[in-house]
Write a new protein. Structure first.
Length: 90
């Protein structure tokens, strides 16, 4: 079984790609898409770590950890929605 890993390139490699934008248009676009996906995925983890103080997972009871993480991600979504509502109200 072959897996396709979508790991972003090193910043130095991206800088080299940007030197010749006409030739490397597709690879630059691919790197942009990968970095935007990574940013969307990392934001809820930041909320959980900083706002709710959840920094470590103890693997003694996996079911408890699973439930706790599900609740924390639900709270992170509520937190983000609250931020969006406050931003639109001004």
């Amino acid at each position: 079984m072959k897996a396709d890993w979508l790991i972003a390139e090193m910043p130095s490699k991206v800088r080299l790609l940007k030197k010749h934008t006409r030739i490397n248009k597709q690879p630059i676009r691919t790197e942009y898409i990968k970095s935007s996906i990574r940013a969307k995925v990392e934001h809820p983890f930041r909320i959980i770590k900083r706002q709710f103080g959840f920094r470590k997972i103890v693997y003694r009871d996996l079911e408890k950890n699973d439930n706790k993480l599900a609740m924390l991600f639900a709270l992170a979504n509520v937190f983000r929605i609250d931020q969006m509502i406050r931003a639109t109200r001004g």
